[in-house]
Each structure stands twice: as C-alpha cells, then as structure tokens.
Design a protein around this ligand. Structure first.
Ligand code: ATP
Length: 267
C-alpha cells in the first residue's frame, strides 16, 4: 500500500495572494478524491505531488521517502499525471509514437516498449487509430491517449486532474473502470473532481480543500453527513440526496440511487 504524507507543506505563488498550507495530510486509500471550489488549490497540490513545483516549507513523503530526493526517472515511475487538458501533453507524430515516447523515458528495450504500447492502446480502445496524428483526434480520444501515456509507464500513483471533463459517456465508463482496476491492483489513484455523483459512487476517501487549506478528510458518507460543512466549502451533495430531501423531506445520507434503494428495501 502506497502512503503519501504531507508535513507542514506550504506554497505561495510569487505573483498572487494565494497560499496553499497543509499541516498534515496522509493519503493511504487506493481511490482518493480531491475536491473544492475553483481556486481552492487542487491543481497546486497536484503540481507539488508531481514534483513539478517544490513546496517552500515542509516535505512530501512517498512511502517515507522524500519526493524531492527522487531522480527524474524514479519520479516518473512513482507518480504520473493525466492533465485536465490532454493537448498540453501530446506532441508526437502518431498515437503509437506518443505512447512509445512516454515509455522510453523509463524503459530502453525496444521490444518491451512495442509490446507495452500495443497493450495499453488496446486497453483504452485506440489500437485502430494508432497511426493517426494526436492533433486530429477527438477530445475524448486525446484524453484516452494521454491516459495511455501514463498507463505505459505504470507509476505507483496516478493523478487525474478532472478526468471526466470532455469525455463522452462510454469513455467516462471506461476511465472509471480503469481507475477502479488500477486501485484493485494496489495502485493509488487520486483524482480532482467537481462531480459529486461520480465521487460518491467511486471514491473511498475525500480530501476537501478550501482557500488553500484542508477542511475535511474522510469517507464520502462522513462528508455528506455534515451539510453545514458541505455548504461552507462550496460543494453540493450527490443529486440523490437533494432529490430525496426536496421531495420526501428525508435529510439522511444517500451516496447513489442504489444506496437509497438498499436502505429502503423491506425484508
Ligand atoms: N501560475 C500561477 N501563478 C499565480 N497564481 C496562480 C498560478 N496558478 C494558480 N494560481 C492561483 O492560485 C490559486 C489556486 O489555483 P489552483 O489552480 O490550484 O486552484 P484549483 O482548486 O485547481 O481551481 P480550479 O477548480 O479552477 O482548477 C488561484 O487563485 C489561482 O489564480
């Protein structure tokens, strides 16, 4: 089990008033969601977790090793990120070359690269368009390609910044299944999301950021059981909770429609 631990971490952009301040945050669950309003600091936290930016105070430990001490290759094998805008990650001439380039940063054996590239393209359903230029792909295809580039490296920890955005429904289902499979295979999967229905159905742990600080850490049911806090940090409960509350005046926690049905089944 991977453990990410942030101790007294702070980051302040030189050109803005925003400051991220995290005294203690430990992430050991396999599926963790980071939520919060626009500007709360979610992407800043991700940039620190990838090592793209260094905290100005404190440290980030991955399995008790300081992230700052990892070599660039070890960092790639430890943490991979799928950015919100896939275009920013893609620059090779073909889909196949894009994935091969990504893997070549950590693997030099051409046969291993070729086999792995074929495997991950099949996993995300892009085999048939492997010779296309990434810039000619649809938005969902670009996003799936950027996911494939990270899958090829197969880091211990996967960061997904708003993975559901710009995906059509079948691709959303594919990516959700993929994330759940990675979690089952003992990877740690951490996603930023604004989608409370998806979060409530998919994640075992949530960290809530507000104004650069962690305001809640725990299970979805524990968060949505605190309506004042949910409101204060600018979130909404899952839609099933709002509907049941509005229509039936029942303000208990329901994470999904299936959860509602299970709690109301008569025996
Ligand atoms: N490169 C930068 N330089 C200066 N300020 C920045 C920079 N990047 C982000 N900020 C500021 O830091 C704050 C936090 O931004 P961040 O992108 O981490 O928030 P977020 O929670 O990811 O928001 P969103 O949901 O809109 O993506 C914002 O006020 C933003 O304007």
């Amino acid at each position: 089990m991977t453990a990410i631990q942030l101790n007294d971490v702070s980051y302040h952009y030189p050109t803005s008033d925003f400051k991220l301040t995290i005294d203690q945050l430990t992430m050991t669950a396999n599926l963790v969601a980071i939520v919060g309003q626009n500007g709360a600091g979610k992407s800043t936290l991700f940039k620190l977790l990838t090592g793209l930016m260094q905290p100005q105070t404190g440290n980030i430990l991955i399995n008790h090793h300081d992230l700052a001490d990892l070599s660039p290759a070890d960092r790639l094998k430890t943490i991979g990120i799928v950015f919100q805008d896939p275009s920013s990650q893609l620059f090779n001439a073909t889909v196949e070359k894009e994935v091969a380039w990504s893997l070549s940063q950590t693997e030099s054996d051409a046969a291993v690269i070729a086999e792995k590239v074929a495997q991950v393209l099949a996993t995300v359903g892009l085999t048939d368009i492997k010779d296309k230029n990434p810039f000619d792909l649809s938005m969902p295809e670009k996003k799936l390609l950027s996911i494939a580039t990270v899958l090829a490296v197969d880091p211990q920890i996967y960061l997904f910044d708003e993975p559901m955005i710009s995906l059509d429904w079948p691709s959303q289902q594919l990516v959700t299944r993929l994330m759940q499979q990675l979690a089952r295979e003992k990877h740690q999967v951490i996603a930023i999301t604004h989608d409370m229905d998806w979060l409530a159905a998919t994640f075992s742990k949530i960290a809530v950021l507000s104004d650069g600080e962690i305001k809640f850490e725990g299970a979805p049911a524990a968060l949505f059981g605190q309506p004042e806090l949910v409101h204060a940090v600018g979130l909404l409960p899952p839609r099933i909770m709002s509907i049941v509350s509005d229509v039936l005046g029942d303000s208990r926690v329901y994470l999904t429609p299936a959860d509602y049905v299970a709690k109301h089944q008569t025996h």
